[in-house]
Design a binder for this molecule. Structure first.
Ligand SMILES: Nc1ncnc2c1ncn2[C@@H]1O[C@H](COP(=O)(O)OP(=O)(O)OP(=O)(O)O)[C@@H](O)[C@H]1O
Ligand SMILES: [Mg+2]
Length: 240
């Protein structure tokens, strides 16, 4: 049974419908990517699952239970953590304080979770007393993911972890995500960096103008001519 299931979701901003008939599922322990270009609706989809937007139609189920319309904090308690692309850190607070906020629902687990996050991202451990606003872009992304992990999620919804990072840092970030995958964390990842996302994910959905256009095994999608043409053009030119 799917851990997370989205059925025929429709989401609008006022009069503007941006997701139509979106259905997807994520099994426990699976890494699933949502790929698509600017404005496709990836962030809208993750925000809706995270309880930050209300769908107009459709259902979201977690472990068989309807959760659409639930407030975000209740979803965090249930085990769903969302890491926004904009990171949304508190710049005037330290690295450690930002992380501690991520564990506010389970303060008794703070020490154990800090150890987990510092083990994954040793850099954050070294800089735990530094103000978050003074971190580099890569370190801020680590902190945003670390804060998401502080709530002991079963599912991490991760929006564009590659945003604003140089290619080497993107690769480093993806190695950390691979590590989380190997530890059994369920990941739903939105990305414009299609080859990178498809190499991490087991399955993927291609979102275009608010609809799922293609879906399947990530490896098969990487070979799909339509995907190559639309999303892998640059990589193709580099390797030809
Ligand atoms: N708060 C908002 N109010 C009105 N329209 C919005 C709002 N947020 C997003 N949209 C619109 O919804 C559509 C989908 O946006 P969304 O941010 O979900 O796309 P995305 O796939 O995440 O894009 P990107 O890759 O650039 O992050 C876009 O046309 C966008 O302009
Ligand atoms: Mg987005």
């Amino acid at each position: 049974m799917a851990l997370l299931r989205v059925q025929a979701l429709e989401v609008a901003y006022g009069e503007l419908t941006v997701l139509r008939d979106v259905s997807l599922e994520v099994a426990a322990g699976e890494v699933v990517a949502i790929v698509g270009s600017n404005g496709a609706g990836k962030t809208t989809l993750l925000k809706t699952i995270a309880g930050l937007l209300r769908p107009h139609r459709g259902q979201i189920l977690y472990d068989g239970r309807r959760i659409d319309g639930w407030p975000a904090h209740r979803l965090v308690r249930l085990g769903i953590a969302y890491v926004p692309a904009e990171r949304e850190l508190f710049p005037q607070m330290t690295v450690r304080e930002n992380l501690e906020l991520g564990a506010y629902l389970h303060p008794q687990h703070t020490a154990e979770r800090l150890a987990f996050v510092f083990d994954l991202f040793p850099r954050l451990g070294e800089r735990q007393r530094q103000l978050a606003g003074t971190l580099s872009g890569g370190e801020q992304q680590m902190l945003a993911i670390g804060r998401g992990l502080m709530s002991r999620p079963a599912v991490l919804l991760l929006d564009e972890p590659s945003t604003g990072l140089a290619p080497l840092l993107v690769a480093e970030m993806y190695r950390k995500l691979q590590q989380l995958k190997e530890e059994g964390l369920t990941l739903l990842l939105a990305e414009q960096q299609v080859p990178m996302a498809l190499s991490l994910a087991e399955r993927a959905y291609v979102l275009e103008s608010g609809r799922i256009r293609l879906q399947g095994q990530a490896q098969a999608l990487l070979e799909e001519p339509a995907i190559k043409k639309a999303y892998l053009g640059v990589a193709d030119r580099l390797t030809d």
